[in-house]
Design a protein around this ligand. Structure first.
Ligand code: DSN
Length: 426
């Protein structure tokens, strides 16, 4: 077979982009070489519909061991009683939970998308908002923190069957105990989607939602530094039946409902090569050095937030407890949209994304915010002392987003800073 130059040249170009740039997208990361190797292995050739020991195909004896190891490791990492490692993504993990816990048309509650929530927590263009009825809670206008009083008020009024916590642009710790109390008060199931801070939780730097939530979902590729994918976990509530009765009158355990919801509910054959890479990443996260990584991610985020504040930027909620920083551009640059800022930064090889800020007066396509994060620059070896110089580069671009000379000069500095750093130096 001839080499597919078209694709391999594109991969090489992407490699070059990643190598020379500053990756500040809060949901991205750089995986280790062994995570990459597991993903690019012969396991991709195997069909394995079903679960270890109960497959619909022969020849699954090896992938059974791979998947069992991934389950064992993720349970150890988060002190879980039960895990499903098959979801292809975080959104699919959430979809499976909705399928297991709700009937079409049931009501659930999630964080307002415009206040940092996620598409799969009730956006009208996502399955969650199309097939189910969403009610929502906000962050407080004065503090930028989740408004738990509002959450309770809405829960008591709307009686959702499922309450979802977790966000894609929220930089503060969650009050899981209060959320569980609210869920218990209205008889709702509590789902925490920890996709963003999962790595910091695994390292023990943030509260573990498994102690409070009935069900926890996550992606594996953000702060957890694994391959792209999803997981579903349960703690002490794993054995609870939640009243879904089968046609034969059997009340099924939630763990069994969730397994069936993933396969055959919303997915077919699992991606065993990705599950192997997940197992490798979970093994890495169980090593003591992962805690050093997570500590550095958080230290870098704090230093970056402070450097931004020192230059007059407004940070939503006033700072960060995790890896993520949401900048409200309006205070410093009232006319600058997130869209223009994102494009100018990308031209300077600094990748970040536009994001709505709470109570934004611009649309999701323009936005007044910029989301930044430190999970991906940290494995490249950058520490606190690099954060002020990085903020200076960002600030220079945002002062002159249409000036090609300024952008070219910043790009040269970014490339000089990054070109010789290995993709994964941790
Ligand atoms: N798209 C992800 C993020 O960037 O936060 C969430 O799934």
């Amino acid at each position: 077979m001839e080499r597919d130059n078209a694709i391999f040249e594109l991969i090489e170009r992407e490699h070059h982009r990643q190598q020379g740039g500053l990756e500040l997208i809060a949901s991205e990361n750089f995986v280790s070489e062994q995570v990459m190797r597991a993903m690019g292995s012969c396991l991709t050739n195997k069909y394995a519909e079903g679960y270890p020991g109960h497959r619909y195909y022969g020849g699954c004896q090896v992938v059974d061991e791979v998947e069992s190891l991934a389950i064992e490791r993720i349970k150890a990492l988060f002190d879980a009683e039960w895990a499903n490692v098959q979801p292809h993504s975080g959104a699919q993990a959430n979809m499976a939970v909705f399928m297991a816990c709700l009937n079409a048309g049931d009501k659930f509650m999630g964080l307002n998308l415009a206040h940092g929530g996620h598409l799969s927590h009730g956006s009208p263009v996502n399955f969650s908002g199309i097939m189910f009825q969403q009610c929502e809670y906000n962050v407080c206008p004065d503090t930028g923190l989740v408004d738990y009083d509002m959450m309770e008020e809405v829960a008591l009024r709307e009686r959702p069957r499922l309450i979802v916590g977790g966000a894609s642009a929220y930089s503060r710790e969650w009050d899981y105990a209060r959320m569980r109390a609210i869920a218990d008060k209205v008889g709702a199931i509590l789902l925490i989607d920890m996709a963003h801070p999962a790595g910091l939780i695994a390292a023990g730097l943030l509260e573990n939602p498994l102690k409070y939530a009935h069900i926890v979902t996550s992606t594996t590729h953000k702060t957890l530094r694994g391959p792209r994918g999803g997981i579903i976990l349960m703690g002490k509530d794993f054995d609870n039946p939640w009243g879904k009765v089968t046609k034969k009158g059997v009340v099924r355990k939630m763990s069994s409902l969730l397994d069936s919801a993933v396969f055959p509910g919303v997915q077919g054959g699992p991606l065993e090569h990705v599950i192997a890479a997940k197992a490798v990443a979970f093994g890495e996260a169980l090593q003591p050095s992962f805690k050093d990584y997570a500590l550095q991610v958080r230290a870098n985020a704090r230093a970056m937030a402070q450097a931004l504040i020192d230059r007059g930027y407004k940070i939503c909620s006033g700072g960060t407890d995790n890896h993520c920083i949401l900048v409200d551009l309006r205070t410093k640059f009232p006319e600058l949209t997130g869209k223009v800022a994102e494009n100018a930064l990308v031209a300077a090889d600094i990748t970040a994304n536009k994001n709505m800020v709470p109570f934004d007066d611009r649309s999701a396509f323009q936005t007044s915010g910029l989301r930044l994060g430190t999970p991906a620059i940290t494995p490249r070896g950058l520490k606190e002392d690099s954060m002020e110089p990085i903020v200076e580069l960002i600030d220079t671009v945002l002062h002159a987003p249409e000036d090609e000379h300024v952008i070219a000069a910043v790009r040269a500095k970014v490339n000089e800073m990054m070109n010789d750093r290995p993709m994964f130096a941790w």
